[in-house]
Design a protein around this ligand. Structure first.
Ligand code: OGA
Ligand code: MN
Length: 290
């Protein structure tokens, strides 16, 4: 990617926000049905920039859902309750008094699912005066920065992702219910699988590029003990979000972010203890990582 990307598109403009990933897109109104030609450019911009941002979008749960559906089926989150009239849309609120925030660790979405989310759309309904930014990290770069020896060693290794990992004997649901405050948690449906092994190095089905796939849901490596696995998992995880691989997005009311979970991680910064932040979120179904 270089500066010439700015004029690569016919119907929209892209302005990169860091050297590693992320671009602000202008020239599109997402509250109205988007033409196929414009949609194709949005899809291209997502592949080019990994996460794209739109400002001042006047969305409702219905228009957000309609836009998301243009990219595929919706992936329902098994642990979080949807909005009463729009079960596929999550309202993620953090209010004064809530200790923990949703997404407050480096991760990629619903990685515990056999077919994790392709992408996530997040729209800002209410934001703090300052704070509540989201960081993203380019996992193509994280993979490419590894030594040849490390790349050889982790080729073919799979990480076991656990959606409901107990912490100190307390289930994730119970822990979530106790700490996430305003975010409503639910028991996953019995037929939904929330533990899966995925390759540590995955190939993007559209770009063909390899990326590191090591979100916070990876708890051990397949066929190894947790003790054996932890040092490598910890090394790869802290390697994956070093500053040179990241961008940081400052939200405004009406901003919409759309990220590709297949080649990025993200982190929601919890730095607004006395303020309220409310987001609407939809995830798009992905395919099985390979
Ligand atoms: C998410 C998430 C980040 C944020 O919606 O998957 O991690 O900044 N949110 O709210
Ligand atoms: Mn997330």
């Amino acid at each position: 990617m270089d500066g010439s990307q700015v004029n690569r598109y016919r119907y929209l403009q892209a302005q990169r926000i860091s050297g590693s990933l992320g671009a602000e897109i202008t020239g599109v109104d997402l509250s109205r049905p988007v033409d196929d030609a414009v949609l194709a450019e949005i899809r291209a911009a997502l592949l080019d920039h990994l996460v794209i941002f739109f400002r001042d979008q006047d969305m409702t749960p219905a228009t957000l859902l309609a836009f998301a559906r243009r990219f595929g089926e919706i992936h329902r989150h098994p642990f979080i309750a949807g909005m009463p009239d729009y079960p596929e849309v999550l309202e993620l609120a953090k209010k004064p008094g809530d200790k923990r925030n949703f997404g407050g660790d480096w991760h990629t979405d619903q990685m515990f699912a056999p077919e994790p989310a392709l992408g996530t759309m997040l729209w800002a309904k209410q934001v703090p005066e300052a704070g509540g930014d989201t960081m993203f990290a380019n996992q193509y770069l994280a993979y490419e920065a590894l030594s040849d020896g490390m790349k050889r060693m982790i080729a073919g290794v799979r990480g076991v992702c656990v959606g409901d990992k107990k912490k100190g004997g307390v289930s994730r649901m119970a822990n979530n219910a106790a700490t996430l405050g305003s975010v409503k948690t639910v028991e996953p449906p019995k037929d939904v699988q929330t533990t899966t092994a995925h390759p540590l190095v995955r190939t993007h089905p559209e770009t063909g590029r390899k990326s590191l796939y090591i979100g916070g849901h990876v708890h051990w490596l397949e066929d190894m003990t947790e003790e054996e696995s932890q040092p490598l998992i910890q090394y790869l995880h802290q390697h994956s979000y070093q500053p040179a691989f990241t961008c940081r997005f400052r939200w405004r009311k009406g901003s919409l972010a759309f990220w590709d979970n297949r080649c990025t991680q993200h982190f929601a910064i919890n730095d607004y203890p006395a303020e309220t932040r409310v987001m609407h979120r939809v995830t798009i179904r992905g395919d099985r990582p390979f």
